[in-house]
Design a protein around this ligand. Sequence first.
Ligand SMILES: [Zn+2]
Length: 601
Amino acid sequence: MGRIPQHFIDELIARADIVEVIGSRVQLKKSGREYKACCPFHSEKTPSFWVSPDKQFYHCFGCGKHGTVLGFLMDHDHLAFPEAVEELAARLGLEVPREGGADSSAKRADEPLYELAAKVARFYVESLAREMRARAYLERRGLTAESLERFQIGYAPNSWSEVLKRFGTDDNERRRLADIGLIIERERVQAQGGERFYDRFRDRIMFPIRDTRGRVIAFGGRVIDAGEPKYLNSPETVLFHKGRELYGLYETRRARSTLKSLVVVEGYMDAVRLHQEGVDYAVATLGTATTPEHFRRIFRLVADVVFAFDGDRAGRAAAWRALQQALPEAREGRQIRFLFLPDGQDPDTLIATEGRDAFEQRLTAAVPLSEYLVRELSEQSDLGHADGRARFAESARPLYQKLPAGVYRELLLGRLAQVVGLAPERLEALWSEKPGAAGAAAAAPPPAPAARARTGGGRGSLVRQAIVRLVHFPAIATEVSAAERSGLDSSEEAGIALLRELLDNLREQPAQISAQVIQRWAGREGGESLQKLLEREEVITDAAAAAGELRAALAKLADLAAERRLQALEARSRGGSLTAEEMKEFQRLIAHMSAREARRG
Ligand SMILES: [Zn+2]
């Protein structure tokens, strides 16, 4: 994929409303011109998290986290930078452009694969119409024609080479079929005339897996009667990453324009059946445990998710794994609940017998994550005895530590402490003693941001004055001439490197608002200082004044640099060792200084 062009990132920053984006994730309260909240990144009871609509950034005075709307999405939703850009762009209804041809050519390379997968999916659907046994099976399972159509359910003929022959017309096509996992290459080709490839799916009900754009990216195949394996999935391919996709998500989003919650089940049939009965917000994991990536996808769509697991041992094990993956995502405002079905039942059979209302009642009554955690751990330890409670505390510790700081974590701590019979502070202290210094250090409050800013140096210096003006009014950089800029070349003032970089960047790619500058410097050296300088309430009246002040500061810096250089050359010239180059520079500097004196005089 090509790089995301800077102008697009600038545009996003300029168009996005940070208050709206953060406000959809954190409860914000208006306070004067700004908004405040309890920080989502650290645990606190009085708000020290501020969002500034004017400056379009946020800052926590407790833990020091700060940044633009993109930085917030990255930290809060655990997104990589391009993902945060995608997320924000999607919110604003913009398509993310990419630099260079990398993306378009990559797209073109994938295009035939998507087309091929779609063609094979259609073929499976047609095959189903011809195969009585498969249709009878689906009827027995209670699937309606409408469900078959909605989920494009099909049938893979009982043949080793049906797909191979139909679609593998030449070497290229066979390679593609293998690339998307529809045919398998034999390790050794038997006697002459033996085929190199054979169909992966044979005599199975086929469930096409579609991405959120509706493109077929893989298949799940189920045996019709008995047989092993019961479910067979496409392997990981360029189009398909199991740990990321959720079966039925595309169909869910098509069925519902507004989505409040999701039910996550284990099987395709479960998801299809739930949709059919009106629980059309059901998705299935694809034969894998729930991954952190699944959670991130889910919580980008809804704040409420219920996992429905079979009541058998395998279901319980899967639920426990899901809980562990869910912990890092558990926070205030999100609901993660677990529904355990009666032993021997799965969502498919259960909703078929008791109907939608009863099933939805079960969903409503599902066990919250915290309760499930406490219940499961309690079952493993005898809470009637001191060492049982100690064991409980010990097994709860690693789970508790997976939780992000916040109100939710506090609540769970209280609940766990209650079970153990200790004060929450005592339990936490106990836990942080164990791992030694690391735990204790993590608990110590971070240094106050103001103190750190002060050690940044250069308070009130010319460099600082110049930078402050540039961050507040980035557009004024365009008023700086090339000569004014090059006057800084030989300056050695503290912080001059950042000023030079800033000027070069903003003269080359003008920015209109501060947050754009902050975003450009996110994670770069100097980024922190820029943010700090922007946060200071400065007495800068307007852009015109700022431009004047900037140019005055630059002129003074140039003079200072010239003076110092002159002194150095003078000292050297007394020893008579100036080169011809240096001699010229010396004369130029003298001319510069006398011109300046004349201006002043
Ligand atoms: Zn904080």
